[in-house]
Design a protein around this ligand. Structure first.
Ligand code: PMP
Length: 449
């Protein structure tokens, strides 16, 4: 086996520091646990195919980050590549209508329970941003309730309490970036996920000002935290009772937990749903969708939505082909089987090594936590998890050819391209990595920068 080295990555990182702020194209890519040069840095990737990804040093990893989730079919899935190549021959952007957007909207309406009309965008951020504006435009109210630990994209209204320090007050919006104007926080109310009574009190008190409750129906940015039984229904009922819209941010769960997303799995139908990631198997695409009555507030002179690249033909072609493969190929069945075996296998490795843990979520999207707790039900439960141990394990896993995120608050994603060979290699890597971590425990804080 070739010795593990990140020399080439570190060379490129030093170069990137001169031209890219913080040496990266996106803050979350800076890793703190892997530090061959003694400071946080990032790995540079050469290529990715199927379930595997190669860095510029030639290290080959089984990929469970999958680009933060989009790559549900595997990297470079041939059908999607073919369709995109064909589409790009006809031009990349028209800034006018094209028939593919009607087709894709129809497909989404067919698959997604809440969907009657859809607008397309390019990123999850854009989709939740317009969803929030639609909710405000429709209800004529301004405040939004979001949950601590939930991430909905990189813009001012939603960049509160996504990853707050555990010392911060629980209900006070905690800004996650410099540059957010003072006063934006008065439009945001922070709630605790899975706390039935607290949100009820907040809604009762503030409903006259609250346009929407926005949530990830399964939290996928604070590890993987499903709703407690009945919790989504509780949110639905509160919204109905108090004239508030329920927004499901299905950017991670959409087309991944099931073809109809988390709303299909839990049988709770939101007023607006946001999709991105798995809709395009890696190509930049997003959608915001809901019933005609609500979506009709979008239009000239009403709620503004648009953009040069919205519904561009390449993204539409990628989206249509991805949904077609998801429908035809029993992708979810395959991922379900693979993911279950992986979850069971990882848990067995930790049990054998006497490492108290919980593993939770869905076969297509899950996370494990080193904790004595029986389950993680809200962001604050993460405080009782050994996230340093997780980050150390991530480093050892890299050395053994498996890539999970270093941040315990991310999730492990699986794809149609993960097969028995990847399963066996992954579990062997987990065994070896656990032994290495136990031999040389490290103290390093995981978490986003
Ligand atoms: N919502 C959720 C639930 C997400 O996980 C993300 C990204 N991880 C976003 C929104 C933002 O998506 P994007 O990075 O495509 O802007």
């Amino acid at each position: 086996m070739k010795p593990f080295s990140l020399k080439g990555s570190m060379y490129l990182y030093q170069q990137s520091l001169k031209v890219l702020p913080a040496g990266t194209g996106s803050n979350a890519r800076i890793m703190r646990a892997v530090c061959p040069i003694g400071t946080p840095c990032t790995i540079f990737i050469d290529k990715a195919r199927g379930a595997r990804i190669w860095d510029v040093d030639g290290n080959d990893y089984i990929d469970y980050r999958l680009g933060y989730g989009p790559v549900i079919l595997g990297h470079g899935y041939p059908r999607i590549t073919r369709v995109v190549n064909r589409a790009q021959k006809e031009g990349a952007v028209y800034a006018l209508g094209n028939e593919l957007e009607i087709e894709l909207a129809k497909k989404i309406i067919e698959l997604v329970p809440c969907a009657e009309m859809t607008r397309f965008a390019n990123s999850g951020t854009e989709s939740t941003m317009v969803a929030v504006r639609i909710a405000r435009g429709y209800t004529k109210k301004d405040k939004i309730i979001k949950f601590e630990g939930a991430y909905h994209g990189a813009y001012d209204y939603m960049l509160y309490s996504t990853d707050s320090p555990f010392t911060a007050p629980r209900r006070k919006p905690y800004p996650m970036s410099w540059g957010i104007p003072k006063g934006i926080d008065k439009y945001v109310l922070i709630e605790e996920w899975n706390n039935f009574s607290s949100i009820e009190q907040t809604v009762r008190k503030h409903h006259k000002d609250v346009a929407a409750i926005i949530c990830e129906p399964v939290m996928g940015n604070a590890g993987c935290i499903p709703p407690r039984p009945g919790y989504l229904k509780h949110l639905r009922e509160l919204c109905d009772k108090y004239g508030i819209l329920l927004i499901f941010d299905e950017v991670k769960t959409g087309f991944r937990l099931a073809l109809g997303g988390a709303q299909e799995v839990f049988n709770v139908i939101p007023d607006i749903a946001c999709f991105a990631k798995s809709l395009g198997n890696g190509y930049p695409i997003a959608a915001v969708t809901g019933p005609e009555e609500i979506m009709s507030v979008v239009g000239p002179g009403k709620v503004l939505h648009g953009g040069t690249y919205s519904a561009n033909p390449i993204a539409m072609a990628a989206g249509l082909a991805t949904l077609d493969v998801l429908e035809r190929k029993q992708v979810h069945e395959h991922i379900g089987k693979f993911g279950k075996r992986l979850m069971r296998g990882i848990s067995a490795v930790f049990t054998d090594a006497r490492m108290p843990h919980v593993i939770q979520g869905f076969p297509s999207m899950f996370q494990f936590f080193f904790t004595e707790k029986n389950g993680i039900w809200s962001y604050r439960d993460l405080e009782a998890c050994d996230r340093n141990l997780y980050a150390s394990l991530h480093v050892e896993l890299l050395k053994h050819g498996v890539m999970i995120d270093e941040d315990n608050e991310e999730v492990i994603f699986t794809s149609f391209a993960h097969h028995s060979q990847e399963l066996n290699e992954t579990l062997a890597a987990f065994s070896d990595a656990v032994s290495a971590v136990k031999r040389a425990p490290r103290t390093m804080v995981g978490g986003r920068i």
